[in-house]
Unconditional design. Structure first.
Lengths: 300, 316, 540
C-alpha cells in the first residue's frame, strides 16, 4: 500500500497547518529504530563479527590467501604467529584459513536448519494458534512428543537413518528446533488474536484471511524473530557438535566441529588447534545472542 | 485429584508412545535399505551374501514381517524390557544399558545439582548488587554460557585443570575425582539457562505492586528480595528443570565422549558410528522415558509451590 | 503535638531519564496535622503519586528531591538516611495501595503477610502475634478471620483483599495512612463500604489520612481539606464546601464541571417516538455458560436471565451494572458475538438471533462497536488513516481519492486535526485514541452504535469531552446508542433510557428521570447513593 502518494494529495487538499507534519514511510520508521542501536559499541562489534562470519561463508577466498587443503608438513603444529594467525594443524595447514573456509559449511548448515525450523515451526504454530480447538490440541500433542526426544539424540537417530554429512546434520538439527518455534509462534498468535483491535477489525467486516495477514502476523513476528536469531546460534552449536562426534562432512572438509575434534589428539602439545577455532565459534554465537537480546530489549 | 492424576499419567504414556513410534519410524522406515545398514553394522557386506543368506538375514532381523507386525513385536518386547540384540557387539541391548547407566546417572545427577546452585546463585547475586557495572556484567554472563559449545568447553577445562594445573584427571571413569570436570562442563549450559530465566524473573517481579507493599511495611532490600521476590521469581525454575533433562542427556553424549567415560552417552555415539539401530532405538526410548517421568513429577509438584495452580478448575 | 505531622515547604522532585530532567513536583507547600483527612486531587501527570512516594521515602532510583524540604514527624527527608526513612515506614506511615488484586504476594498466606507487618512494628517475633492477626482481621471487617488468615490472596475477593491491605497498614500502629486511589479497582458499592469502614477506624485511632485520588466527588465526601494539583503544582487548597461553592482556580472549575456528579444534567428530550419502531430489541434473552465439571458444584453459570430491552432510533439506552452483572454479555449477544441460550434478538424487523457470521456480515455496516480499552483498540502498526478506513476497505466500498476524502471527513468529525492521519497510535493520548476508535466506528455510517464502558479508562476531564462528542454526534447523525457502564453518574448525563442489571437479572428499567428521581428498587437506591460527591450537595 503506497501511502506516500495518497498522503501527498492529503496535504495538498488540507488547509495550511501551523506546524507541518512529517511524512514517514515504513522504511524510514525501521531505519530510525535501528540507527541509534549502531551507536552502541557492543552492538556494532557483534554485528561486525556476524557479518565477518557471513562473509567467510560466502567469499572465503577474499579473507585469506592460503589454501585450506594445502598441506605443508614442515610447518606442522606451529604456534600462532604473524604469518599463521591461528597457527597450523598437524599437517601444516593454516588454521585461520581452515576456520574461514569452514564457515561456509557450518553457516550453510545452520541456515538450512533454521530454515526448516521456521517453515515447520511457523506453519504449525500459526495453524495451531489461529485455528484453535481440535487442530490446536493435536498439533500441541505432536510438539510435546518431539520435545520428549532430546535434541541431540533425535539428530543422532536421523543421522543413523539417512547417513552422515552436512545436509543430514542440518536436517536433523532443524527438526529438533521445530517444537520451540511452534510453541513461541502459537503463544504469540494466541495473544494477538484476543486483542481488541483484532476483534474490531472482524466487526468491521474483515475476513479471517485479512485479519491474519494484516493484523495477527505482523504483530506476532517480534518474539519469533528474536527466537530465530537465538536459534541460529544454537543451530551452529548443534551442527558443530554433530560434526565433532564424527557425523558431519568427511575429511578433509573443514567444518568447525571437525576442526575441534581433530585437535583433540594434540591437546597437550598444541592446544591452539582445538581451542582457537572454538573461540571463533563462541564469538560468533555470542554476537548473535547479543543482537537478538538487543532487539528484544528495544521492542519492549 | 485422582482423576487428574490418572489423566496426567495417561497423557505422559501417550507422549512416550508417540516418541517411541517416531523414533521407530526414523530408524526403520526412513532409510532406503534397512537390511544393508543392519548387515554392515554386523560387519557383513550385502553384496557378498547369496540370496538364501539374505533371506535368512531378513528373517533373523525381523525385517521379513510387515511394517505393523514388526512395529508391534518391537513395541511389545520393549514394554517387557527386551530391546533386542546389539548388532555390532552381539550382546543384549538391555545388558549394555544396565552396565553403562549408573555412570551416566551419576554424571547427570551431579551436573543438575551444580547447575542449580550455580544458576540460582548467579541470578540472586545479580539481583542483589546495586552497583551498575557489576550488575550489567553479571547479567551478560548467562548469554556467554549459552554461546559456548559444550565439547569445546570440556577441552578447555581439560587443558587448564588437568594438563596445566594437574588438579583433576583428564579422562576415565574411576573415582569421584574424574567426575568433577565432566559434571562442571555439563552443568554450565543448564546453569546459564536457570540464571537467565531467574534474572528475568527477578526483573519482572521487582516491578510488581506487592513489592511496594512489602517496602511500605518497612522491610529492607535484602528482606524484600529474600521473602517476597525470590519465591515468586523462581516459580518457572521447576518447569525448567523438567525441560532441561533433554539438554542434559544430549550434553552427556558429548561430555562422555570427550572425557572417555563409560556411560550411555558414549554408547550412543559408538552406536551411531556403527549404525547399530537397535541400540540407538533403545537409548532414545529410555531418554524419552526419563524426560516424560521427570516432567510428570514436576507437573504434580507444581501446586505445592504455586498455590494459584489447582488441579481442580475453579469458578471465577 | 502542635507541629504538623507532615510539613512540606517548596518541595521539588525531579526524574532523570536518558539525559532529560522532568520536574514531577514543583514548588509545593503543604502540611498535614495529626488526625486530619486531606485529599490530594489530580489527574494523571499531576505529580500526586510522586508526592505520595516521596512521603513514603520510596522514590525510584532516578528520582530525587531537588529543592525544598519534606519533614515527616520531624525527620528531614532530603537529608535522612535510608535507615531513618525505613524506620518511619510501617510504624509512622502506612500505605493502602491502589489495586488490591495485585498488591498482595500471591504465594504467601494472608496471616503471614499481616504477621510480617506486626512483627516489624514490634521489633521481633512475639508470642501473641497470631492472636493479634485474627483481631486485626476482625477489625477490618472480614468474616471467619481464623480461616482467612490461612488462605492465599487468590482465594479472596477484591473487596476482602482491600480489607487485608488496610489491616497491614494498621498493623504498625501508624500515625498517618496514605490511601492511593482507593476508588479505582472495585465496584462502587463495595468501595463505599470499605472506605466508610476505613474512615471509621482512622477516626477511632486518631490517625491522619492522606487520600490520593482523581475523583473530586469522592474527595468532597470524605476529606477535611482538599488540595488540587496540576502538572506538579498546587493550584488550590481549601475545604470541600468552599471548593463546591466558590472554586478559585480555573482548573478546579474545570474539574468540577467535568465530574459527572456535579455536571449539569442535560434536559430530557421530548420524544414522540411511541410510533417509531425500535431499532434493536431483545426479547427474554437468557445466556447460560457451561463450565468445566467440578464435583459438587453446578457446572452452569447463568450470565443473563429474562432480559428484554428496546432501543429507539436516535436515542441512548444505558445498561448499568457492576462487575458480573452480565452487561458485557448482553452487548456481545446484540453484536452476534455470542448466541443467546433463550430468547430472540431483533434488529428492526429482522430476527438476527441465529444468523451465522457470514449472514450477519452485511448488518455490520449498520451496527458498530466502540470498545472499552482505547490503548488496545487500535493496531499499533496501523497509521491512524489505515485504522479509520479499514472497515471501508474490508467491505470494498471506497477506493483511492474517495477513501481519502472519507478519512478526512471522519477525523474532522471527531475534532482531531487532519495531520493526525499519518501518526501511529502510540503517539496519541488515551482520549485521542478513543476519538479515533469512534471515527472508525462511524466509517460505515451505522444506525446503531454499541459502546462498552467507553470512558472508564480515561481521565475525568477527558471523559467529559468524549461524552460531549458522543452527544454531538447523536444530534447530527441520529445514531442510536447502547451505552454500557458501571458508573451511574456518567449515565445520568447521557442516557434517555436506563436499565439496571444485577447478577444477570433486570432490576430496574425506565427513563432516566424516572430511575434517578423515583428508584423503585433498593439496589438502584444503593447505586445512586454510592455516586461520590453527593454528601455535601445533599447536606447543603
Amino acid at each position: 500500500m503506497n501511502t506516500d502518494t495518497r498522503l501527498s494529495s492529503l496535504s495538498a487538499a488540507a488547509p495550511p497547518m501551523v506546524s507541518p507534519w512529517r511524512r514517514r514511510g515504513r522504511l524510514q520508521r525501521v531505519a530510525s529504530a535501528v540507527l541509534p542501536l549502531l551507536r552502541r559499541p557492543g552492538f556494532s562489534l557483534a554485528l561486525l563479527i556476524v557479518l565477518f562470519a557471513l562473509a567467510s561463508a560466502l567469499v572465503p577466498q577474499l579473507l585469506s590467501s592460503f589454501d585450506p587443503y594445502a598441506t605443508s608438513p614442515a610447518d606442522k603444529l606451529t604456534a600462532p604467529n604473524l604469518l599463521h594467525w591461528f597457527g597450523t594443524d598437524e599437517v601444516g595447514r593454516d588454521l585461520y584459513t581452515r576456520v574461514v573456509y569452514g564457515s561456509s559449511l557450518s553457516v550453510q548448515a545452520a541456515l538450512l536448519a533454521v530454515g526448516i525450523a521456521l517453515v515447520g515451526g511457523l506453519g504449525f504454530g500459526v495453524l495451531s494458534g489461529f485455528a484453535g480447538g481440535r487442530i490446536d490440541a493435536v498439533i500441541m500433542r505432536i510438539v510435546d512428543v518431539l520435545l520428549a526426544l532430546p535434541g541431540l539424540l533425535l539428530a543422532l537417530a536421523i543421522v543413523t537413518a539417512i547417513g552422515f554429512g552436512t545436509v543430514p546434520v542440518a536436517i536433523a538439527v532443524g527438526v529438533g528446533i521445530i517444537p520451540g518455534f511452534a510453541r513461541t509462534t502459537r503463544a504469540e498468535v494466541l495473544r494477538v488474536k484476543t486483542l481488541p483491535y483484532v476483534e474490531a477489525a472482524r466487526l468491521g467486516g474483515a475476513s479471517w484471511g485479512r485479519t491474519l495477514l494484516r493484523h495477527v502476523l505482523p504483530n506476532a513476528w517480534g518474539p519469533v524473530a528474536v527466537l530465530a536469531t537465538l536459534d541460529f546460534g544454537a543451530a551452529i552449536l548443534a551442527t558443530a557438535g554433530l560434526s565433532f562426534l564424527g557425523f558431519g562432512a568427511a575429511p578433509p572438509a573443514a567444518e568447525w566441529g571437525t576442526l575441534i575434534a581433530n585437535g583433540r589428539h594434540f591437546l597437550i602439545t598444541a592446544p591452539w588447534v582445538s581451542l582457537l577455532p572454538g573461540l571463533f565459534v563462541v564469538a560468533v554465537v555470542f554476537s548473535l545472542n547479543h543482537i537478538a537480546r538487543t532487539f528484544e530489549e528495544n521492542s519492549r | 485429584m485422582n482423576r487428574y492424576l490418572i489423566g496426567r499419567v495417561g497423557q505422559a504414556l501417550l507422549v512416550l508412545w508417540g516418541a517411541y513410534s517416531i523414533t521407530y519410524f526414523i530408524l526403520y522406515l526412513l532409510p532406503g535399505d534397512t537390511l544393508s545398514i543392519m548387515l554392515s553394522a554386523s560387519g557383513m557386506e550385502v553384496d557378498s551374501l547369496s540370496p538364501q543368506e539374505l533371506a535368512k538375514a531378513q528373517a533373523y532381523y525381523g525385517l521379513d514381517k510387515g511394517v505393523f507386525e514388526q512395529y508391534f513385536s518391537l513395541l511389545w518386547n520393549a514394554l517387557h524390557g527386551d530391546f533386542g540384540q546389539s548388532l555390532s557387539l552381539n550382546r543384549p541391548v538391555n545388558e549394555l544399558l544396565l552396565q553403562r547407566l549408573p555412570q551416566t546417572l551419576a554424571l547427570a545427577g551431579l551436573a543438575i545439582v551444580l547447575s542449580l546452585i550455580g544458576g540460582i546463585g548467579l541470578a540472586y547475586l545479580t539481583a542483589y548488587t546495586q552497583w551498575r557495572p557489576l550488575k550489567v556484567a553479571l547479567s551478560r554472563l548467562p548469554s556467554l554460557g549459552f554461546s559456548v559449545p559444550v565439547f569445546w568447553l570440556g577441552l578447555l577445562l581439560i587443558q587448564v585443570f588437568a594438563f596445566s594445573l594437574g588438579w583433576f584427571p583428564a579422562t576415565g571413569s574411576r573415582g569421584f575425582d574424574s567426575l568433577i570436570l565432566p559434571a562442571v562442563t555439563l552443568a554450565i549450559p543448564s546453569a546459564a539457562v536457570y540464571a537467565q530465566v531467574l534474572q528475568r524473573g527477578f526483573q519482572g517481579v521487582w516491578q510488581e505492586p506487592y513489592i511496594a507493599t512489602a517496602y511500605a511495611k518497612g522491610l529492607n532490600r535484602s528482606q524484600v528480595q529474600a521473602r517476597h521476590a525470590f519465591k515468586n521469581a523462581a516459580l518457572p525454575i521447576l518447569t525448567l528443570i523438567g525441560l532441561q533433562v533433554g539438554n542434559t542427556v544430549s550434553g552427556a553424549v558429548l561430555v562422555e565422549t570427550i572425557f572417555a567415560r563409560n556411560g550411555v552417552g558414549r554408547l550412543a555415539q559408538e552406536a551411531v558410528l556403527r549404525q547399530d539401530i537397535p541400540v540407538v532405538l533403545a537409548i532414545v526410548a529410555v531418554s524419552a522415558a526419563a524426560f516424560v517421568l521427570v516432567n510428570l513429577i514436576v507437573d504434580l509438584l507444581y501446586p505445592y509451590l504455586d498455590p494459584r495452580i489447582a488441579h481442580t478448575p475453579k469458578v471465577s | 503535638m502542635s507541629s504538623p505531622l507532615i510539613d512540606i515547604r517548596q518541595l521539588a522532585v525531579s526524574y532523570r531519564s536518558a539525559g532529560q530532567v522532568t520536574e514531577a513536583v514543583k514548588n509545593l507547600s503543604l502540611s498535614v496535622a495529626q488526625g486530619e483527612t486531606v485529599a490530594i486531587v489530580g489527574e494523571s501527570g499531576s505529580g500526586k503519586s510522586t508526592l505520595a512516594n516521596a512521603i513514603l521515602g520510596l522514590l525510584p532510583e532516578r528520582a530525587a528531591i531537588t529543592a525544598g524540604e519534606l519533614h515527616v514527624e520531624g525527620v528531614n527527608f532530603g537529608q535522612a538516611s535510608e535507615w531513618q526513612k525505613r524506620n518511619l515506614r510501617g510504624r509512622t506511615i502506612g500505605l493502602v495501595p491502589q489495586d488490591p488484586m495485585v498488591s498482595l504476594n500471591p504465594t504467601l498466606r494472608i496471616g503471614r503477610q499481616i504477621g510480617e507487618a506486626l512483627i516489624l512494628a514490634h521489633g521481633r517475633r512475639y508470642a501473641g502475634v497470631d492472636a493479634d492477626i485474627v483481631e486485626l482481621l476482625e477489625q477490618v471487617g472480614l468474616d471467619k478471620p481464623v480461616l482467612r488468615a490461612r488462605q492465599y490472596p487468590h482465594e479472596l475477593s477484591g473487596g476482602m483483599r482491600q480489607r487485608v491491605l488496610i489491616a497491614i497498614a494498621l498493623a504498625g500502629n501508624p500515625r498517618l495512612i496514605i490511601a492511593d486511589e482507593p476508588t479505582s479497582a472495585l465496584d462502587v458499592t463495595v468501595q463505599r463500604k470499605i472506605l466508610d469502614h476505613l474512615q471509621q477506624l482512622v477516626a477511632q485511632r486518631g490517625i491522619s489520612l492522606l487520600i490520593i485520588t482523581h475523583d473530586l466527588g469522592m474527595a468532597t465526601d470524605r476529606a477535611d481539606r482538599i488540595v488540587v494539583m496540576k502538572q506538579g503544582e498546587l493550584v488550590e487548597e481549601s475545604t470541600p464546601r468552599q471548593i463546591l461553592q466558590a472554586p478559585q482556580h480555573d482548573y478546579t472549575r474545570a474539574l468540577l464541571a467535568a465530574a459527572p456528579a456535579f455536571g449539569t444534567r442535560r434536559k430530557p428530550r421530548q420524544h414522540d417516538d411511541a410510533k417509531r419502531p425500535p431499532i434493536l430489541s431483545l426479547h427474554n434473552v437468557g445466556k447460560v455458560f457451561t463450565l468445566p465439571k467440578v464435583k459438587g458444584e453446578d457446572n452452569h453459570f447463568t450470565a443473563l436471565q429474562n432480559l428484554s430491552l428496546q432501543v429507539y432510533p436516535g436515542q441512548t439506552l444505558a445498561i448499568v451494572g457492576e462487575s458480573g452483572s452480565g452487561k458485557s454479555t448482553a452487548l456481545r449477544i446484540a453484536l452476534g458475538l455470542e448466541k443467546p441460550s433463550q430468547g430472540r434478538v431483533q434488529f428492526e424487523q429482522q430476527d438476527i438471533t441465529h444468523l451465522s457470521w457470514r449472514e450477519f456480515r452485511p448488518l455490520r455496516q449498520r451496527i458498530q462497536l466502540v470498545q472499552q480499552n482505547p490503548f488496545a483498540a487500535l493496531d499499533p502498526r496501523f497509521s491512524i488513516f489505515d485504522s479509520i478506513v479499514e472497515p471501508l476497505v474490508s467491505f470494498g466500498l471506497l477506493k483511492g481519492e474517495a477513501l481519502e476524502q472519507a478519512a478526512r471527513e471522519l477525523i474532522t468529525r471527531v475534532h482531531l486535526p487532519v495531520s493526525y492521519l499519518d501518526r501511529l497510535p502510540r503517539e496519541l493520548s488515551g482520549g485521542q485514541r478513543q476519538r479515533v476508535a469512534i471515527a472508525r466506528a462511524l466509517a460505515l455510517k451505522p444506525d446503531l452504535l454499541l459502546l462498552d464502558e467507553p470512558v472508564s479508562a480515561l481521565d475525568v476531564s477527558v471523559q467529559a469531552q468524549i461524552l460531549d462528542l458522543l452527544l454531538e454526534l447523536q444530534r447530527e447523525l441520529g445514531i442510536a446508542y447502547v451505552l454500557v457502564s458501571h458508573d451511574l453518574a456518567v449515565v445520568a448525563n447521557v442516557a434517555d433510557q436506563v436499565l439496571v442489571l444485577r447478577n444477570g437479572r433486570v432490576v430496574e428499567q425506565g427513563s432516566v428521570q424516572e430511575v434517578f428521581e423515583h428508584p423503585a428498587e433498593d439496589y438502584t437506591r444503593e447505586l445512586i447513593a454510592a455516586i461520590p460527591g453527593q454528601r455535601l450537595a445533599l447536606a447543603s
